[in-house]
Ligand binder design. Structure first.
Ligand code: XMP
Length: 431
């Protein structure tokens, strides 16, 4: 890489990812590394123009204050110690903070603002070509932001040497599998294997009502299907993955401030197929940068601005047993909710929103008939880190419109509830 870099060494501050993002926002590339990095390792990193040692509440480990090696302080690039205890050079005011950072990054370190998406993509294309040569790569393409951007980047770098496998497990949102096929096969001319595994997943899920059991069934079945497809292909040596920087930070840099999120099965695919190497070209990007890369690579906006969607999909938005009829109900209700939120211009300010199917049935009336049908719960939350969240305030008129559309357009739904609970005590998903 040709870009200048500001290195952040993790001395137990939870602010490190924010700091790295702020430096990148100034146009200078920044990476977080563990505090015990050696001087040799620092020297091996390209174009390090300055180092920030960022201390924080987790600096004292087992009664001992952790620190970087002496040689790092004496290295021939500017070093800034930012510690929570006293010498805190970062003002809390946004403007002043930006100014202080600019002073250090440009004034003291003399870094050039040469980090941008165009350069990043050009570098990655080059690196991928070097790594892969004329060999072949396989990618599980879910249609989420990360895997879609990896696909677009690999298509640009190696074209048909990439094979994408999209497994439709029947628990995706309305229209999603069709969009994946349209974008990747038709618009980007990718090698795309589309696997219709809808019946297979629904058969496996029959009778399962427990959330963890449903997650397990879907996770296991997904791996089986993917493995079967991989076996049919010949000469694949690489597996591509949509790992992004927050995944890298969260799964532990070896630093002290890392929070490990374990309950989500996003750890990718286990080592069931003998791939020689992994390709992870988004490892250095934050989520917003990943979206930006997707735009630069020509992916449609609806794909790059997509909200998070859980791996087990709609199965954890149907409380209790999953049946084909219930999947259809939740897909239809969710499509209406999403459409109306977008129409009201709220899709950018709400972090995650969806419709869930409760397993509550209640009495209603339709014309002269008594009904005994399901209740749909609408959920919309705002959050920055998905660890805590608040229920979004939705204009009453919008709720009325959505309510009337869902009860009229979706069969067997006669009641709509809005979930006003934050996280905690609730979670974002229902299961
Ligand atoms: P919760 O429900 O735990 O969700 O508040 C926090 C975030 O994680 C997503 N989520 C999942 N993602 N597999 C995933 O890949 C899962 O099993 C899973 N459960 C929750 C959820 O959509 C939200 O963004």
């Amino acid at each position: 890489m040709k870009q200048d870099m500001i290195l952040i060494l993790d001395l137990g501050s939870e602010e490190n990812p924010r700091l790295a993002r702020e430096i990148r926002a100034l146009g200078v590339y920044s990476e977080i590394h563990p505090h015990d990095i050696t001087l040799e390792e620092v020297k091996a990193l390209p174009n390090v123009k300055g180092i920030i040692l960022n201390g924080g509440p987790n600096r004292v480990v087992d009664g001992v204050e952790i620190d970087a090696a002496k040689e790092i302080y004496n290295h021939d690039v500017p070093v800034l110690l930012a510690d929570h205890k006293g010498d805190q050079p970062w003002p809390s005011d946004e403007e002043e903070r930006k100014q202080a950072l600019s002073n250090f990054v440009f004034g003291v370190c003399g870094a050039q603002p040469n980090w941008n998406m165009e350069n990043f993509i050009a570098d990655q294309v080059e690196l991928i070509r070097q790594q892969v040569g004329d060999r072949k790569v396989l990618l599980a393409l879910s249609g989420g932001v990360d895997s879609s951007v990896v696909a677009a980047l690999l298509i640009r770098a190696i074209g048909k040497q990439l094979t994408c496998v999209h497994v439709n497990h029947g628990l995706l949102r309305k229209g999603e599998p069709e969009q994946v096929v349209e974008v990747f096969r038709h618009q980007m001319d990718a090698n795309l294997i589309y696997v219709d595994a809808v019946d297979r997943f629904l058969d496996k899920l029959a009778g399962a009502a427990d959330p963890e059991q449903k997650r397990k069934i879907i996770g296991t079945e997904f791996i089986r299907v993917f493995e079967e497809e991989a076996r049919k292909l010949e000469g694949i040596e690489f597996l591509a993955q949509g790992t992004i920087y927050p995944d890298v930070v969260e799964s532990g840099l070896g630093g002290e401030s890392t929070v490990i999120k374990s309950h989500h099965n996003v750890g990718g695919l286990p080592d069931y197929v003998d791939f020689k190497e992994i390709v992870e070209p988004l490892r250095d990007l934050f989520k917003d940068e990943t979206r930006q890369a997707g735009r630069e690579l020509g992916l449609p906006e609806y794909l790059v601005s997509r909200q998070p969607f859980p791996g087990p999909g709609l199965a954890i938005r149907i409380i209790g047993e999953v049946t084909p009829d219930k999947v259809k109900m939740v897909q239809e209700a969710d499509a209406i909710w999403r459409e109306e939120i977008a129409k009201a211009g709220l899709d950018k300010s709400i972090s995650q929103y969806y419709a869930a199917l409760t397993n509550m049935r209640s009495v209603g009336v339709m014309g002269d008939e008594r009904t005994y049908d399901y209740a749909v719960a609408l959920r919309a939350v705002t959050t920055t880190d998905f660890m805590t969240a608040e229920a979004a305030e939705i204009p009453w008129g919008l709720l009325q419109t959505v309510t009337s559309r869902i009860v009229n357009e979706v069969q067997h739904v006669n009641r709509i509830l809005y979930d006003c609970t934050g996280k905690p005590p609730a979670t974002i998903e229902f299961e």
